[in-house]
Design a protein around this ligand. Structure first.
Ligand SMILES: [Zn+2]
Length: 526
């Protein structure tokens, strides 16, 4: 081993010189300097998976290349991962990397991805059975290890379970979660009840308490996946977990709607989930997180824009290894060219309060056959403002079957409509409400989702313009535009219009016409 390290010295010096030379060729504008100036408002970060740590940080050259890449990408914070997919990164390598990034002026945090932790789930093979005591102990040891290295640890979005093994079935039937000999009662008898209790109690005792015992200063971030309508089914309890954890991060990786492998999610979802969880987490909500999988430079950039428009204070670019391969470099090139504008927009958003049509999704609400309907409604040029509590003071609101999670919804809706405010209800919700609410008022509009939210993308401008006119009246806004247009309003009258179509579009805002380029946006700040 010693012989090899001697042999490594010479190429190392040469490579370091090369890397310094590369830095001197940094194109204008200097994104590193720009990132310093905007640090308080928005920052870009990236993540080195445990496997990236092994691949890139085993050599000085790999480490200095990574630091250089970060500086050229305005990245001022990195997450250096301890565990992923049953692999634990080497302690000495982690320490060396942590200290090198720190010395380069880049903030560092740890990360854990709870894949292949122990006993396999009967469902997804990456996921574990957390009823299993040995798996629970392994989980605890992984967090103890990371807490000994970092003062902040992110948990990637695999912190859930879908196991239905005999032990999980028995625990569910007995309505009890057992951790290290302690027993916690479960409120109901569904998988949702059992899994939410299991993940909440494990988070409290084997993540938060265990990590804090090793490092009293440690802050743990729960990063929620992008599939918000199914969180509760696999044990993500956003209300209790957001209250328990120190910080929350949000998956805004919508990718390309038409991509065969990764598609099916529309761009507006990034904005919706970021604002919705932002409301739930309040000051704990630190940032968004997106990746390059199944994206083109245009859709990659759209992820960044939705994240920034939704008020995120950080854009986490997952992950260094993927961004160095396949479609990663092209996406990063496009991002770098747009970073000055993204910083500027983040600054404008941070100074303002968003406005719009309230869109109510209570925590752990069930979508039934209106899965992620909010995402599609936001593509119709209706400026949705997500919320997790009934929007009693909103000027206008959109409601779907999700609202039925609220036991007092019908009473609240009646009061809302009595105030003369326009409401847009899905046909599924209208059917479920039956005669509980008289919807004959002139302010009630029904949206024909027909159990297929994506069908909304087929609505024509002739169908959409009159609907927008009714819904936007109390906001004193008139907006005419084709489908697949995003409208983002602010309380001071500022607005952003984003065009998700492959061709330029003509829009009209309060009578004023404007052309928005294909896959482009237009910002108007007051
Ligand atoms: Zn199990």
């Amino acid at each position: 081993m010693k012989r090899f390290s001697l042999l490594l010295v010479l190429p190392l010096v040469v490579l370091m010189a090369c890397s310094a030379f590369a830095a001197s060729l940094t194109p204008t504008p200097d994104l590193w300097a720009l990132a310093q100036r905007h640090r308080a408002v928005h920052r870009f970060s990236t993540l080195f998976t445990a496997q990236n740590v092994r691949e890139y940080f085993s050599s000085e050259a790999g480490l200095s290349q990574a630091i250089d890449w970060c500086k050229r990408t305005a990245v001022t914070k990195v997450y250096i991962e301890e565990f992923r997919g049953s692999y634990t990164a080497d302690r000495a390598t982690l320490v060396k990397a942590r200290d090198a990034f720190g010395a380069a002026g880049i903030e560092t945090s740890g990360c854990i991805t709870t894949t292949r932790v122990g006993k396999d789930s009967t469902g997804w093979k990456e996921i574990a059975c957390y009823t299993d005591p040995q798996t629970q102990e392994k989980l605890k040891s992984v967090f103890e290890y990371a807490a000994g290295l970092f003062d902040e640890i992110m948990i990637d979005d695999f912190w859930f379970t879908d196991c239905e093994c005999p032990e999980c079935k028995a625990a569910r039937a007995a309505r009890v979660v057992t951790i290290g000999g302690a027993r916690y009662p479960v409120a109901g008898d569904t998988w949702e009840d059992y899994r939410c209790e299991l993940m909440v109690q494990l988070s409290r005792h084997y993540i938060l308490e265990a990590a804090r015992k090793v490092n009293p200063k440690v802050k743990i971030i729960i990063k929620y996946p992008q599939w918000y309508d199914a969180f509760h089914e696999r044990g993500y309890d956003v209300a209790r977990e957001s209250a328990d954890f120190d910080r929350i991060w949000v998956g805004t990786e919508t990718r390309d709607y038409t991509n065969k492998q990764w598609g099916g999610t529309v761009q507006f979802e990034g904005f919706f989930i970021m604002r919705w969880l932002g409301g739930l987490g309040g000051a704990k909500c630190g940032g968004g997180w997106f990746d390059p999988y199944g994206t083109s430079p245009a859709t990659y950039l759209e992820q960044a824009r939705q994240t920034v428009l939704a008020g995120a204070r950080e854009s986490m670019l997952f992950c260094y290894g993927s961004l160095r391969n396949d479609n990663g470099p092209k996406n990063i090139e496009a991002l770098r060219a747009n970073i000055p504008e993204l910083f500027a927009v983040a600054g404008e958003v941070a100074r303002r309060r968003p406005a719009g049509i309230a869109a109510y999704k209570p925590a752990s609400s069930h979508p039934e056959n209106e899965k992620v309907v909010f995402d599609f409604v936001g593509m119709l040029g209706l400026p949705l403002l997500p919320c997790h509590e009934f929007p009693a003071t909103a000027p206008a609101a959109f409601f779907s079957v999700h609202a039925l999670k609220d036991p007092d919804f019908a009473v609240k809706l009646k009061a809302f409509m009595k105030a003369g405010k326009p409401v847009l209800l899905t046909d599924g919700l209208v059917k479920a409400l039956g005669d509980k609410v008289d919807l004959k008022s002139s302010g009630a509009h029904t949206l024909a989702v027909q159990g297929e939210p994506k069908s909304l993308l087929k609505l024509s401008q002739a169908e959409l313009d009159p609907l927008r006119a009714e819904m936007l009246k109390p906001l004193r806004v008139k907006f005419k535009a084709p489908n697949k247009t995003g409208l983002y309003l602010f309380s001071d009258g500022s607005r952003v219009v984003e065009n998700f179509n492959d061709e330029p579009i003509e829009v009209q805002f309060n009578g004023k016409s404007e052309t928005i380029p294909a896959r482009g946006w237009a910002t108007h700040w007051k």
